[in-house]
Ligand binder design. Structure first.
Ligand SMILES: Nc1nc(=O)c2c([nH]1)NC[C@@H]1CN(c3ccc(C(=O)N[C@@H](CCC(=O)O)C(=O)O)cc3)C=[N+]21
Length: 282
């Protein structure tokens, strides 16, 4: 079987266009504009490039963006003070604090400081807990992008066996929970998993978020499986996924490319979360 490409770029473009229409209508009818605050501390290249793409997406969808570029020496106290100001501002509906943070700042404290109703990254423990319990909440953008790509292509999850490779709070755990909420049977694999090959070969869906370029080979994939690649590692200036794409596409029914797959969905999901934060909560 030669797999069909799950085209994140195309889906994301369509979603952004419809978000723009909704936002323009909102402005016309209610005189309001959504606002996103983005805080970046220090100069991590991947975080900087994400901020630039967020500014672009906000322009494209008519969302106000407020970018705070803080020096790496900023104290945790000062960062949380800024978050508290943004928490009470009426023109800010979503707050995103770029990761990674400098070593002296505790990401858990930062996640807790963001008001749950403005937590468009879904990192606050209130949102994480609601996700765990299957309640409505702000869902982290990349996991949300994985689920949207799957549903846009009409892929059924009910009763299917899914493997998630990776157990981070940002991708692995939330994706597992979302798959479970859609009635999949979920196996969470990680670096200590024994016989990873055997786990994966029995699965109808594989979501890999391991950050190990090219390590999912075709001998680990069942004929006709859906393969979602969340890994993005820079190798010699080139973005590489976890999946050996050329090999695995020959066996998969659907597969995401890197770039142009899940990563391309992230910013669209973020804007969707800003709107959700504005309309649904508080
Ligand atoms: N609090 C927080 N939330 C984040 O979501 C977050 C973060 N911090 N820190 C930095 C990373 C990085 N990140 C990316 C998102 C989309 C693409 C993306 O659009 N990728 C395109 C390719 C872009 C290209 O070709 O350079 C794709 O995969 O098709 C990349 C990187 C979100 N991050």
């Amino acid at each position: 079987m030669k797999g069909k490409i799950l085209d994140g770029r195309e889906v994301s473009k369509r979603i952004k266009e419809s978000l723009k229409e909704r936002i323009e209508k909102m402005k016309e009818e209610r005189g309001i504009t959504p606002g996103l605050a983005v805080i970046i501390t220090g100069g991590n290249p991947s975080a900087i490039s994400y901020v630039r793409s967020l500014e672009k997406v906000c322009r494209q969808t008519c969302v106000n963006s407020f970018v705070y570029e803080l020096p790496a020496e900023t104290s945790e106290e000062d960062l949380i003070k800024l978050i508290n100001e943004l928490n009470i501002r009426d023109d800010v509906n979503g707050i995103l604090v770029q990761l990674p943070l400098p070593k002296h700042i505790n990401p858990e404290e930062v996640a807790k400081a963001i008001k749950p109703s403005k937590d468009v990254d879904g990192f606050n423990p209130i949102n994480a807990g609601k996700l765990f319990r299957g309640e409505k909440c702000l869902v982290p953008c990349t996991p949300k992008g994985v689920m949207r790509l799957i549903s846009e292509y009409g892929i059924e999850l009910k009763g299917k066996k899914a493997a998630v490779v990776g157990r981070s709070n940002i991708v692995g755990k939330p994706v597992s929970q979302l798959l479970l909420n859609k009635d999949a049977t979920v196996v969470i694999c990680h670096s200590k998993t024994k016989e990873l090959d055997e786990e994966l070969i029995s699965c109808d869906i594989i979501v890999s978020a391991a950050g190990k370029p090219g390590f999912i080979k075709s001998n680990m994939v069942k004929e006709g499986a859906v393969v979602i690649d969340v890994g993005t590692t820079m190798v010699e200036g080139k973005l590489m996924g976890d999946v050996d794409f050329e090999e695995v596409i020959e066996k998969a029914s659907f597969i995401t490319p890197v770039p142009g797959g899940v990563g391309a969905m992230t910013t669209a999901m973020l804007i969707e979360n800003v709107l959700e934060a504005m309309e649904t909560y508080d």
